[in-house]
Write a protein that binds this ligand. Structure first.
Ligand SMILES: Cc1ncc(COP(=O)(O)O)c(C=O)c1O
Length: 413
């Protein structure tokens, strides 16, 4: 009998049904290799903070300026999270740790900077951008006058194209950043383009935030006017968002988050963000991010050498985007085969994709979560070979055995 079975938790006693679902999720994550680029495995310490009793506390407002009594502990936690965030992203002048998610962070920042009906320019979803950068199904595409830039034939941002669109549309905000963009972004060039029309630059670093905090890829701090991010991807924190802003914009950003677009902050998530930032300030974090990047480079190299095409021919960060157009399978088909083999990956449009979004001709892979499990060269090469085999229609059961062996040898933290 395991410890968990002999000492049932309050949840198991109170609600066996939900407890069973959550236990299944534990097992699913243990027995699956997560290659979804936007996911990671946060520490037990982060999870403990995230499930703490302070979830009960209402703390509308900001430290020392709350609308409720009894907020002194929430104040201490939020201030700690803010200070750690600014230490982690050295040079950041102000940090708002309240956004519930990356989307809320973007919506709040855009409303503060462009105002309702303001003009914005961002990267198109199908080119690697994010819904919240002005896609027409997102409120950012409805509330703002949004135009979107794409990528060139090789999958890279074409700065001349960005400049042309910016000159034409005269936005108040130019957005740099994406969800499946695997190359470094020249933020200085983006800032120069924004300045040409008097626009502000918003850098959304949701994906590479951890790599940037560790200094293993160049980031936009000190260049962009506002930086938004999620805390749960490479940064390896709890689910949530954050906004860093230049001092003169901080007030507008803060009012736009609360009361503009959110009510009471999720203090338990802010506590968990503080824990994650504390972890990221430890010396080991840089080594982890370095390995995330090296593992992605090795994955890319192996897939290329085995004959698969990659968008841009490689990667600068944790993302590898496989272009399946020359194969006889779709992104959706490989995603399904991969799941059967125990690999969690996602289908993803490639630039110029002829297939619809629920099918696609691409596969987005990321190395943050498997690197957290401890993967290095040998394991990455093994996973690359499984992916190649899945694309070529190999025996899924055999791959499932390989993946299960890796899951057992490299348990979740
Ligand atoms: C670049 C970018 N921005 C924003 C978001 C939105 O984050 P959330 O899912 O927390 O709303 C994502 C999520 O994948 C993202 O990749």
């Amino acid at each position: 009998m395991s410890h968990a079975e002999s000492h049932p938790s309050p949840l198991r006693i109170a609600d066996a049904e939900v407890a069973a679902w959550l236990q299944r999720e534990d097992r699913r994550q243990s027995n699956t290799l997560t290659l979804i680029a936007s996911e990671n495995h946060c520490s037990a310490a982060v999870r403990e903070a995230s499930s703490s009793r302070i979830t009960d506390k209402y703390a509308e407002g900001y430290p020392n300026r709350r609308y409720y009594g009894g907020c002194e502990i929430a104040d201490g936690i939020e201030e700690l999270a803010r200070q750690r965030a600014m230490q982690l992203f050295a040079g950041a002048e102000d940090a708002n740790v309240q956004p519930h998610s990356g989307t809320t962070a973007n919506l709040s920042a855009l409303l503060a900077l462009a105002g309702p009906n303001g003009r914005i320019v961002g990267m198109a979803l199908k080119a690697g951008g994010h819904l919240s950068h002005g896609h027409d199904k997102s409120h950012t595409g409805m509330v703002f006058q949004a135009r979107q830039y794409g990528v060139d034939g090789t999958g890279r941002i074409d700065l001349d194209d960005v400049r042309k669109l910016v000159k034409e549309h005269q936005p108040k905000v130019l957005i740099a950043g994406g969800s499946s963009y695997c190359r470094n972004i020249d933020y200085a060039a983006f800032a120069a383009i924004a300045r040409e029309v008097g626009a502000l630059l918003l850098a959304d670093i949701a994906h590479p935030a951890g790599l940037m905090a560790a200094g293993v890829v160049p980031g936009p701090i000190g260049i962009a006017d506002v930086v938004t991010m999620t805390t749960h991807k490479t940064l390896r924190g709890p689910r949530g968002g954050m906004i860093l802003a230049k001092k003169d914009l901080a007030k507008a950003i803060n009012s736009s988050v609360f009361p503009g677009s959110q009510g009471g902050p999720l203090v338990q998530q802010i506590a968990a963000k503080a824990v994650a930032f504390g972890e990221a300030l430890q010396p080991g974090f840089r080594g982890y991010q370095q390995r995330v990047k090296e593992n992605a480079a090795m994955l890319a190299e192996r897939l290329l050498s085995q004959g698969l095409d990659l968008v841009t021919g490689g990667t600068d960060n944790h993302i590898v985007l496989v272009d399946l157009r020359k194969t006889d399978v779709t992104g959706a088909q490989v995603e399904e085969r991969a799941l059967a083999a125990g690999l969690s990956v996602n289908k993803n449009a490639v630039p110029g994709d002829p297939r619809p979004p629920m099918v696609t001709s691409g596969l987005r892979l990321g190395t943050a979560a498997v690197t957290t499990r401890g993967f290095g060269r040998d394991q990455i090469l093994a996973v690359a070979d499984v992916i190649v085999g899945l694309v070529r229609g190999g025996d899924v059961d055999r791959y499932r055995t390989t993946v299960q062996g890796l899951c057992e040898a490299f348990p979740l933290p």
